[in-house]
Design a protein around this ligand. Sequence first.
Ligand code: GDP
Length: 321
Amino acid sequence: MGTRLDIAKKRILVTGAEGFLARAVIPELRRHGAAEIATADRGTHDLREQEAVRRLLAETRPQVVIGLAGLVGGILVNSQRPAEFMYDNLMMGTILLHESWRAGVEKYAACMCGCAYPDGAPSPIREEMLWDGPPQRNSAPYGSAKRMLAVQAEAYRRQYGFDCIVLVPGNIYGPHENFNLNDAHVIPSLVRKFCEAADAGAPEVVVWGSGTPRRDFVYVGDAAEAIVAALERYSGPELINISSGTETAIGDLVALIARLCGYRGRIVWDREKPDGQAVKIFDVSRMERLLGHRCRTPIEDGLRRTIDWYRENRSRGGVRL
Ligand code: GDP
């Protein structure tokens, strides 16, 4: 397990700073006393380029690095832009970890994703199932690139003793996510569709797939707390799932968001759109045991916060659309 990392005393670099997970992790680090937090985003450094990453590390000289940059998106855009999802994520992940090791970083945290697990992995999905089969086809280029983080972290720990931990979040949702209907994940897409339809008094909303898939949604604030807890308390080669461990069927999610948005019209299922993996629920016992943490926000509370945030910020132009 190693000794506890004192976050307050470290210079910390967070990449992907404009992303919604980093926007929750950075305040969480501050709550733990972190004073020196450097950030990087797409505008300042192209993290697919080794030179840019070297420059970033030379400029910020971090002792701790949290790699949260990535090209992310929902099920449709993953199948439309597989090459970019593969290349960008593989390069960003590989270069940042390697250059952090080379720069003498003391601790590194990488985030994989739940879709790296095999398509057929039985739920609840345990961390040791990672290599039991190929990832779900639509998101396989992304999921496979993310798998390499686990390989690289293990190799660098074994050969160089590099303290690199790998966390595997479930379906994270919450404020600041991308609400663009073409590439967003299911929750921001539905929040936007039902809020807009409720406001306009529209008679119909189209949602995707069959409604039968089941997912393990985790509120972004809970995931951020788990990531910081892992940074403080865990050093080891084992992956750790970060999720709520509770399941929600997409059909129930649709009904819940429609109600919370005040929408009363018809709901139409577009079955031409992909369902993705049938069931994706995570075993979170390792997180609870090693980090002493639980992701507790009930889905209804998390959705209310997300909807409130969306409504408030939409009118001010503060939502990524
Ligand atoms: P996944 O966990 O990789 O499948 O990611 P998504 O968040 O994109 O999708 C989760 C599930 O929600 C899939 O079964 C989709 O078919 C379903 N879904 C229903 N309506 C929508 C929608 O408007 N947008 C998205 N992205 N998914 C939707």
